[in-house]
Write a protein that binds this ligand. Structure first.
Ligand SMILES: Cc1cc2nc3c(=O)[nH]c(=O)nc-3n(C[C@H](O)[C@H](O)[C@H](O)COP(=O)(O)OP(=O)(O)OC[C@H]3O[C@@H](n4cnc5c(N)ncnc54)[C@H](O)[C@@H]3O)c2cc1C
Length: 423
């Protein structure tokens, strides 16, 4: 197979980009170990205002305008509409755009990539060869080709969930619970010594619900066994239990993988390009929204005379990770680092302050639509409205990890110089 672009992986990121590349008029090939129509088993949630265009609303299987977070002893109403994708419809929509352009998918696992001046060649596990001018690695959080700096402290989001029927409704009719950090079902010792977790839950209609005990981020990942026990204890405390489980979700992915090297000749996308939002773990919205502008960049770079795989990949990396997004990412990493240092009580106070902000700020923070200055403003608002003991913890964290903040405001070199003087 020879193509302009070869996409590795048929998850949400791979399909979103493949569809956008096809829309851009490029000849696109794809490879994945299973047929790209194989159902995705993860439940993918998204804020409705993050959808790239109104036509995507039809791809949501469920929508909630009654959204709540229970934090710091308060039930906070979230003035935003949340949705859950109908995965089959989303896949069909993206694949239909691929098929319309004549894109072909090959079944296989990419194993090796080699380059000449003008082309990249992929060798598959079965020995098959595929060529293209650009290879996009969308093979997930542990990418097959994309390289990133090593990091010793990867925080994982972990969750255990059940879709099914319950002996009593775990949430009120039509409700989505984004975060329920209430922990009366735990002992004081457990609250003090074990990692904090929250309930993510929703009414799916027809007496079906999805409930998931979630650890937002922890190093190392919170074990599934603990999450499962916690979920059942929480449900028992609420006076309900699983009556019939249709589906169990085991969720585990990294929240703060380093940004990949931006000069490598393979372009990454999705989990492979560290596109997970470090504050929430969400990524599907970004993969859908960035696909079209990235496809335009790629089409433009491919049209240049003597376009080489590395030149096209570099143009793509620049669009994915421009300076402004890199700066914002540093702030999000700082935010995550701070959250990791908080105990359960502090975490609840933090989120209470966060969700009390106007939706423009907390929503923009979670959807990555704020400018660097607005993110700093959001952080400052949280700081100013937090109780004094929490403020002291936030100051301590800022002093302990100044690098993220200094990177974000672009004064990394002077900071390094200061450190050098002290050494
Ligand atoms: C259970 C769960 C729930 C989540 N819920 C949400 C959510 O609600 N909202 C949200 O925004 N994010 C969510 N995420 C986070 C993130 O969006 C997902 O992990 C998402 O699936 C990442 O998409 P991706 O396309 O980058 O990778 P993946 O979905 O992992 O897809 C990778 C693809 O690459 C293929 N592949 C792998 N290796 C090779 C190879 N060598 N050759 C060829 N193909 C290969 C795989 O078979 C697969 O098709 C969730 C994650 C999990 C695990």
């Amino acid at each position: 197979m020879k193509a302009d672009v070869l996409v590795i992986g048929a998850g949400p990121a791979g399909l979103a980009l493949a569809a956008a590349l096809c829309d851009a008029g490029l000849c696109v090939g794809g490879v994945a170990p299973t047929d790209p129509t194989t159902p995705w088993s993860n439940t993918y949630g998204i804020w409705e205002d993050e959808l790239p265009s109104p036509e995507y609303t039809a791809l949501l299987g469920h929508r909630w305008s009654d959204c709540t977070s229970y934090v710091g002893g308060q039930a906070l109403r979230l003035e935003r509409v949340y949705g859950l994708f109908d995965n089959a419809r989303l896949q069909e929509h993206l694949l239909e755009r691929c098929l319309r352009a004549g894109m072909r998918w090959r079944r296989g696992s990419a194993r090796l990539v080699e380059f000449t001046a003008r082309r990249a060649e992929i060798t598959l596990e079965d020995g098959g060869l595929m060529q293209a001018q650009l290879v996009v690695d969308a093979s997930g959080h542990t990418p097959v080709f994309v390289r990133r700096p090593l990091s010793s402290e990867i925080a994982y989001q972990a969750a255990y969930g059940v879709v099914g029927a319950f002996t009593r409704p775990p949430v009120r009719p039509g409700q989505l619970v984004l975060m329920d950090y209430r922990s009366d079902h735990l002992t004081a010792k457990e609250r003090r010594t074990e990692p904090p977790t929250f309930l993510y839950a929703m009414d799916l209609g027809n007496d079906r619900y999805f409930v998931e005990e979630t650890s937002l981020a922890h190093v190392p990942a919170v074990p599934f066994a603990l999450l499962k026990t916690r979920l059942h204890r929480r449900l028992a405390h609420m006076g309900c239990a699983v009556a019939e489980a249709e589906h169990e979700e085991y969720c585990l992915f990294p929240m703060n993988m380093p940004v990949p090297y931006l000069d490598q000749p393979v372009l990454g996308y999705g989990g492979a390009a560290s596109m997970v939002h470090p504050a929430s773990g969400y990524q599907v919205g970004a993969a859908l929204r960035l696909a079209a502008p990235l496809a335009q960049t790629i089409a433009h770079a491919l049209a240049a005379p003597n376009a080489s795989p590395s030149a096209v990949a570099r143009a793509g990396w620049k669009t994915l990770w421009p300076q402004e997004r890199l700066r914002k990412h540093q702030l999000y990493l700082f935010g995550l680092r701070t959250l990791l240092s908080l105990n359960e009580a502090q975490l609840q106070q933090f989120f209470a302050a966060f969700f009390h902000l106007p939706v423009r700020y907390w929503g923009g923070y979670l959807s990555n639509t704020l400018t660097t200055a607005e993110i700093i403003q959001t952080m400052a608002y949280v700081f100013m409205t937090a109780p004094m003991p929490l403020r002291l913890v936030l100051i301590r964290e800022a002093l302990r990890h100044p690098d993220f903040l200094l990177h974000a405001v672009g004064v990394q070199s002077s900071h390094s110089k200061i450190l050098h003087i002290f050494r």
